[in-house]
Design a protein around this ligand. Sequence first.
Ligand SMILES: Cc1cc2nc3c(=O)[nH]c(=O)nc-3n(C[C@H](O)[C@H](O)[C@H](O)COP(=O)(O)O)c2cc1C
Length: 302
Amino acid sequence: MKFLIFNGSLKPDAESNTFAVCKMAQLAFEKLGHSCEIVTMRELDYESSTGDVNDDLKPYIMKMFDMDGVIFATPIWWGTHSCYIQSLLERLDFIYSWAKDNKYQPFYNKVLGTLVSGGGDGFQHIHGVLYSAASNFGFTIPPQCNIESKAQGIEEIKADEDTLNQVKNCTINMVTWARILKEGNPTKDARHGSVDINESLNEGKRIPRKKGQKRKSKKHSDLYTDEDPKGTIHGLGFKDEAAARSSVAKIRKSGRSHAHKIQAAVAMEQRAKAAGKAGPAAIYRKFINSMKKKTKAKNKKK
Ligand SMILES: Cc1cc2nc3c(=O)[nH]c(=O)nc-3n(C[C@H](O)[C@H](O)[C@H](O)COP(=O)(O)O)c2cc1C
């Protein structure tokens, strides 16, 4: 199997504690019969961006698709991970967005580990932040795959039992879980969709926005305030059946997402019902039901 370590140290390899631990992890993967490449991010000429930029970092981001596991490696600077690792999280945003839009999570069958070198303060916070990001990117995080190396100085690191044991735990568990994922292929059965705003929408019930609640929060659904003015489909009505029919046509042609179309129709149905307009409400309902059938068919395909 293949593994890739992103080394986020700010120092050149020869002087870096983080790199020394990366090197130990690389050797461990190789001893287990797998390949492992270390990329030192400070050597790359790349842009800080959340977009898909063609620079030195892009080939390594693309390489992740071909890997069985990835490690984010960082020193601790004032309690947090380095700017290189932060920029990697940011640069992965375009894949995160692509996965949501295409309802396909390319990293589901891959494992992720973390490697942190520091004087002794802030490890867990960093693992937490990196795990959270990695989970959102679709990685599987096996147990005990968080290396914490407190040893300082390259010779001390090489001789440090604690570091060695954690490197062993991390690499053996990454290999073990990567193999399980390869064989079990959860990608084929897992849910690849993003959160569907309509799944949690309590249809027919008005839940007004309370003071302090964010706009567009799923905790409220207010028929009478426009929670997302930018995304509004204009000119929808419910005064009679003709108005409802032409509104449904407008929603269909709006170019909005499937979920957005349903949400707009549900809001109009609720408004029509609240105004005692059963006929127009029924027209919206018919459209909502036809869209829901499509949702079901889509989910079956996934
Ligand atoms: C400015 C500065 C801030 C640091 N902050 C922390 C910290 O918050 N927690 C910690 O455990 N170590 C901290 N350290 C220690 C480094 O994380 C540690 O020396 C690490 O091994 C450096 O890795 P590198 O050689 O790859 O740069 C700090 C060191 C410096 C110089």
